[in-house]
Design a binder for this molecule. Structure first.
Ligand code: 5RP
Length: 220
């Protein structure tokens, strides 16, 4: 199976987690796009969705799925999103697509986070994938210096602006053995909007696509 076929398989499996008659939170990226396409087939059974990015909003609306502003919504039973890396404790690195802040906000409101990923995303120790950090533009060099002190090699994502008007520093060279601590430490740097570690609030369910089928892992 190709990587896209694995992504489509987990995206389709995630439909079983969508709660009828309730709003669903929707992530960003190629795996989330497969989920949006599958969601379109059951759109009459949900009032709509909350989107984690402008790109996701556009794709949802393209399928005729109503998109709610998060401020209109007090409960989201399920949030479905991909990941760049995920470990055995269902901590994740996210933000390869640059939508990490809105993803983290929607995930914070959701009762359940369902991560959908192909098997290449499962790792023992996170950090091979550069950790995205969203930064207020005027704080870029200050934050970069602090990230160096934490042991990383920050690189500006050239030519990229987030949906929130900020920049991304991708931090290379980290071996993340204490994800919750690192997530909290980076968020303490003045000028950081958020970072792509989703460890303090990780996934509750991981649907992992492999050649022999979709495997389900639950956070312990
Ligand atoms: C976007 C994300 C994505 O979930 C992550 O980058 C995975 O993307 P893909 O499904 O395309 O592999 O965090 O900000």
């Amino acid at each position: 199976m190709t990587q896209d076929q694995l992504k489509e398989a987990v995206a389709r499996a995630a439909i079983a987690h969508v709660v009828p008659d309730a709003i669903v939170g929707v992530g960003t990226g190629s795996t989330a796009n497969f989920f949006i396409d599958a969601l379109a087939e059951m759109k009459d059974r949900i009032p709509g969705a909350v989107a984690s990015s402008e790109a996701t909003k556009k794709r949802l609306e393209g399928h005729g799925i109503r998109v709610f502003d998060l401020n209109e919504v007090s409960e989201i039973p399920v949030y479905v999103d991909g990941a760049d890396e995920v470990n055995a404790r269902l901590h994740m690195i996210k933000g390869g697509g640059g939508a990490l802040t809105r993803e983290k906000i929607v995930a914070a409101v959701a009762s359940k986070f369902v991560c959908i990923a192909d098997a290449s995303k499962k790792v023992e120790v996170m950090g091979r994938f550069p950790l995205p950090v969203e930064v207020i533009p005027m704080a870029r060099e200050h934050v970069a210096r602090q990230l160096l002190r934490l042991g990383g090699q920050p690189k500006l994502r050239e030519g990229f602006t987030t949906d929130n008007g900020n920049v991304i520093l991708d931090v290379h060279g980290l071996a993340i053995v204490e994800p919750e601590e690192l997530e909290a430490a980076i968020n303490q740097i003045v000028g950081v909007v958020t970072n792509g570690l989703f460890a303090i609030r990780g996934a509750d369910v991981l649907l992992l696509g492999a050649a022999d089928g979709v495997k389900t892992f639950t956070r312990v």
